[in-house]
Design a protein around this ligand. Sequence first.
Ligand code: PSU
Ligand code: MN
Length: 304
Amino acid sequence: MMNLHFSEEVATALANNQPVVALESTVITHGLPYPQNRDTALSMEQAVRDGGAVPATIAVLEGRITVGISPSDIERLASAPAGSVRKCSRRDLPIAVGLGEDAATTVAGTMIVANMAGIRVFATGGIGGVHRGHPFDVSADLIELGRTPVAVVCAGAKSILDLPLTLETLETQGVPILGYQTDTLPAFFTRSSGLPIDARVESAEQVAHIIHAARELEAKHGILITVPCPEDIAVPEEVAEKAIQQATEEADAQGIHGKEITPFVLGRVVELTEGRSMAANRALLRNNGLIAAQIAGELVKIQA
Ligand code: PSU
Ligand code: MN
């Protein structure tokens, strides 16, 4: 099997059955601008620690799949020129490794590595989904959730996506969608999409019991835990919707598609909301890191 490179801290935590939370790196290279990307990545790691777990940010560094990259690696990825680091989903992993590249793992890429590393819980901002107006542009994240047993804590799917089609796809893939202290699917910057989820959960302990049950069932799929953006900083629905509408139209008009759409639209939405979406994005990443750590802690207790 492929050799993974672990930081000493992550290797020790895993060997001692201590809680570990995986974190992705595409949000660093493609999700936020410098230096907010670096600061957010570091504060998300801190949020995981505050929640009692060890953070393991995952990336490919010069072809080496690394679990627990260092603060200086985070700085290097964060400050790399736009477009110079490969956005690494399932199909990109062998390319990045085979060519000895630097690459930032998406939700799908991070799930694959976390699973290989024995990390059961992963925190991110938003997963990929089905793109509005492009029903065949289905993120590999959704397919990965259907075949890799990692629990993903997120703020729902990005509100730039077609959320009803995204939910349909996840249902087909057999992925349970939990609402953390909520009855509806959060829509990333906004707290609710109004769409139903499969079950409301109140605590990290309940989530851990569901993850454990899936494991006992020998489930091959992942579990999605959706957490609304903290209330004081969430973007009101009308504001988010208007900005997304405009950014999506601009992307279409400029012929932007495939893996370029998400970074383009997110960047434009930040400009159009005068930074409010970025503040919300950063706050929800930290919050998800904290809750994922608590879930990982409860899971360790059950599986001890
Ligand atoms: N949401 C964000 N920022 C991001 C992403 C999502 O706010 O950077 C990234 C995640 O890494 C996610 C990826 O896995 O976008 C999905 O891209 P695609 O639709 O090309 O699969
Ligand atoms: Mn896509």
